[in-house]
Design a protein around this ligand. Structure first.
Ligand SMILES: Cc1cc2nc3c(=O)[nH]c(=O)nc-3n(C[C@H](O)[C@H](O)[C@H](O)COP(=O)(O)O)c2cc1C
Length: 189
C-alpha cells in the first residue's frame, strides 16, 4: 500500500496541482454529503474586526483545550485573523442560520457585524450571545496546507453554553438538529 507524506508548512501539498488523483469538484461533492456544525469565527485587534462562517473546526485536545480552524488564505478575514493572533469560535444555534449566511462571504464586514450585538470574553474577539458555545482562543500555531491555513487555537475563555437547537450544513443547506429532546423510544425505556 502506498503512503503519502503528511503535508507541512514547507511542503503544502504532496503532489502537484496538475497531477491530483482526485478532482477538486469531486472532493467538494463528497464533502457536501458530510454534515458539519456551523460556526462564526471572529477576530478583533490591531488588524481590525473580521469574521467568517466556518465548518472546518475541530477539537484537538483538552490538555490544553485546543481547537483547529481552517481558513482560506484568500478570504477577506484572513489578514485580520493573522495580524490579531486571536479568534473566537461561535458555534451557531439553529435559530442563527441567517447570520451564518451573512458571514458566508461577499458581504461587507460592517454589514456582517451589524446583524447582531456582540460581547467579548478574554481576548477581545467578538462573542455572539445565544451561540451554543463560544470558544475564545489565542492562535498558538499554524500550517499552510493547499489553499488554507490550519490554525491551532488554545482556548482561553468560554461563554456560558446556549440552550438552542443545533445547526448543521449538509447538501449545501442548513438543517436543524434537535438538542435536549428525548426521542420517544428513549423516553419509553
Ligand atoms: C457553511 C459554510 C462553511 C464554511 N466553512 C469555511 C471554513 O471552514 N473555512 C473557510 O476559510 N471558509 C469557509 N467558508 C467560506 C467563508 O465563510 C467565506 O465565504 C469565505 O471566507 C470568503 O469570504 P469573503 O467574501 O469574506 O472573502 C464557509 C462558508 C459556509 C457557507
Amino acid at each position: 500500500m502506498s503512503q503519502t507524506r503528511p503535508s507541512d508548512a514547507a511542503h503544502p501539498s504532496s503532489v502537484e496541482a496538475d497531477t491530483l488523483p482526485v478532482e477538486a469538484d469531486a472532493f467538494r461533492g463528497a464533502m457536501a454529503r458530510v454534515a458539519g456544525a456551523v460556526h462564526l469565527v471572529t477576530t478583533d485587534g490591531p488588524g481590525g474586526r473580521a469574521g467568517f462562517t466556518a465548518s472546518a473546526v475541530c477539537s484537538v485536545s483538552d490538555g490544553p483545550p485546543t481547537l483547529l480552524v481552517c481558513i482560506n488564505r484568500s478570504s477577506s478575514a484572513y489578514a485580520a485573523v493573522s495580524a490579531n493572533d486571536v479568534l473566537c469560535v461561535n458555534t451557531l444555534a439553529a435559530e442563527q442560520s441567517e447570520i451564518a449566511a451573512a458571514f458566508g462571504g461577499r458581504t461587507p464586514m460592517e454589514t456582517r457585524f451589524a446583524a447582531a450585538t456582540w460581547t467579548t470574553l478574554v481576548t477581545g474577539a467578538p462573542a455572539l450571545p445565544g451561540a451554543l458555545s463560544a470558544f475564545d482562543c489565542r492562535i498558538v500555531g499554524r500550517h499552510a496546507v493547499g489553499t488554507h491555513d490550519v490554525l491551532y487555537c488554545e482556548v482561553v475563555g468560554l461563554a456560558e453554553p446556549g440552550d438552542g437547537h443545533g445547526l448543521v450544513y449538509a447538501d449545501r443547506r442548513y438543517h436543524t438538529v434537535p438538542l435536549g429532546v428525548v426521542a420517544p423510544r428513549e423516553a419509553a425505556a
